[in-house]
Design a protein around this ligand. Structure first.
Ligand code: NAI
Length: 235
């Protein structure tokens, strides 16, 4: 049984991915700032802190062995007019969304290189296709994640490791509903459904299905791809 680590696995998309991979027969450990208390496979770690990641991964390896799969879903959004954005706000969003991915990949890489096999999937954002006003820091960080994905795919391919990104668009999670409540969506979720070609909101299971495929043996020839899952909103 292979071991998968999902960051941000306590909520929304990360939770959906963890459930799917468990169903597919992986040992799944989640790393989250706020892990669910009643889950034995949930570990506390802030992805911006390499020491917390190392401690959590030590515990994961003791319980389940080396890490074969990493899905980076931990993320932090932010809304601020660019002229009003402080450098500290810019930095925190870059730190969680980009540097968090740097730290987790570096921490699991030795296991994958040693095994000669690995799968990395980075959850970026459909805003990297379209841009998004008032989210300059977030779009910049997620676009960098797409770039990191492409660079690492070339570098790690010879070690048997694939690296892909899934940029989700409009997925029904606590993050989306929080933004609906704060009137940051430019309409309700229902309004957006009418503007979405497939006429529904996406679910964490939609993103999990894409991840499950990219992680599978069948996808071993697919690497460095930015695999949009967005109901046709960002084609
Ligand atoms: P969510 O807010 O429901 O879940 C995010 C999880 O990440 C939470 O459990 C949170 O505790 C965790 N987290 C945040 N900062 C962390 C840190 N420093 N260290 C460890 N864990 C941390 O959000 P959702 O919607 O599930 O988002 C998952 C990913 O998908 C994020 O990267 C987000 O940017 C991305 N995304 C989501 C979209 C959507 O429509 N919901 C659209 C585009 C991208």
């Amino acid at each position: 049984m292979k071991t998968a680590v999902v960051t941000g696995g306590a909520s929304g998309i990360g939770l959906g991915i963890a459930e799917r991979l468990r169903g597919d027969g992986f040992h799944v450990a989640t790393l989250d700032l706020n892990p669910s208390a009643d889950d034995d496979y949930a570990f506390q770690a802030d992805v911006t802190d390499p020491e917390q990641i190392a401690a959590a991964l030590d515990a994961v390896r003791t319980k389940f062995g080396p890490v074969a799969v990493l899905v980076n879903s931990a993320g932090l959004d932010g809304f601020k007019r660019f002229g009003k954005l402080s450098f500290a706000e810019w930095q925190r969003v870059i730190d969680v969304n980009l540097h968090g991915v740097f730290h987790t990949i570096q921490a699991v890489l030795p296991d994958m290189v040693e095994a000669g096999w690995g799968r990395i999937v980075n959850i970026s954002s459909s805003s990297t296709h379209s841009g998004q006003p008032f989210m300059a820091h977030y779009v910049a960080a997620k676009s960098a994640v797409n770039g990191l994905t492409k660079a690492l795919a070339l570098e790690l391919g010879p070690s048997g490791i694939t690296v892909n990104a899934v940029p989700p668009g409009f997925i029904d999670t606590p993050m989306l509903r929080k933004n609906e409540q704060a009137q940051r969506l430019g309409g309700t979720v229902e309004d957006h459904i009418q503007r979405t070609p497939v006429r529904r909101v996406g679910t964490p299971a939609d993103i999990a299905a894409a991840c499950a495929f990219l992680i599978s043996e069948e996808a071993s020839y697919i690497t460095g791809q930015i695999f949009g899952v967005n109901g046709g909103r960002n084609t």
